[in-house]
Design a protein around this ligand. Structure first.
Ligand SMILES: [Zn+2]
Length: 274
């Protein structure tokens, strides 16, 4: 009597080798005032297969040079660069959302609120963004110091992922991205996003080792690959290295080609309506 033929489940099994990425969407990149930044960015994007990058402005009161660059970006590279207007809740008027929208920004980046992100008085910003269909990328997690010498009124605790829970429920059509998966509050970020279908997580920033280990620990219990979005949050010269690192890590975790395609671009295209 012969044994039944083995199935894939009976042997150590790896998906097909990853192939070079040709369609990456980056949801987290910062504007730089460095000369020739946009040209260099587009060159690096082309070299790493990055089709679209979400570029974050320096703030609502940026200088004339940056204003002019944004006008040029929206005119010439609207299909490659998705503008995110940075604002700090409680530190600027509600009209900041209308202002960004009228200039051509398609989304917002929130950071360093005066009080926790989900304060009553901040809901107006989010309601306005929801009406315009502008997704908001929220910085979540411990934030870098602006200055180590000057007094600063900033608390990383106000940017814990749990503060996005109320916003996601209050604005059910608002698309929310929690940057850095809430580093170091990974469990909190995963659990909050699991309960809210309008909330995703970007894998951007340093500490890739710890982020990968948190993903591996929570995967299939509190987290699915469909919730993760590729983001850089480093200079564009780092695209190739970081895309390669995450591709390898996610592949080794057994995340399939199809699911990795979603992390690198598919889900972002849906969230950003590209
Ligand atoms: Zn950032």
């Amino acid at each position: 009597m012969s044994l039944p033929a083995p199935t894939q489940g009976d042997v150590a099994y790896y998906d097909a080798f990853p192939v070079e990425r040709k369609d990456v969407v980056d949801v987290h990149l910062h504007y730089s005032s460095e000369k020739g930044f946009v040209e260099k960015l587009l060159k690096e994007m082309d070299g790493a297969g990055v089709k679209v990058a979400c570029l974050i402005s320096s703030g609502p009161d940026c200088d004339e040079k940056e204003e002019a660059e944004w006008r040029a970006i929206f005119k010439d590279f609207g299909d490659r660069i998705f503008g995110l207007g940075l604002f700090k809740p409680g530190r600027c008027g509600y009209e900041v959302v209308d202002g960004y929208y009228s200039k051509g920004f398609k989304g917002l980046k929130a950071i360093e609120p005066k009080k926790p992100y989900d304060e009553d008085e901040y809901l107006r910003y989010y309601e306005r963004a929801e009406e315009y269909g502008m997704p908001i990328l929220f910085h979540t997690g411990v934030v870098a110091r602006g200055s180590t010498r000057e007094r600063e009124d900033v608390s990383s605790g106000y940017m814990r992922p749990i503060h996005l829970d109320r916003i996601a429920r209050w604005c059910p059509k608002l698309k929310i991205i929690a940057a850095h998966m809430g580093d170091p509050w990974f469990s909190e970020a995963y659990n909050t996003s699991q309960k809210n279908p309008n909330m995703w997580l970007d894998i951007s920033g340093k500490g890739i080792w710890l982020k990968a280990s948190a993903i591996r620990e929570h995967l299939w219990i509190r987290l699915r690959p469909e919730k993760l979005l590729f983001g850089l949050d480093e200079p564009p010269t780092q695209y190739r290295r970081i895309v390669h690192a995450w591709e390898t890590i996610l592949y080794e975790m057994g995340i399939s080609q199809e699911q990795r395609d979603m992390v690198f671009s598919g889900t972002a295209r849906r969230v950003l309506s590209l």
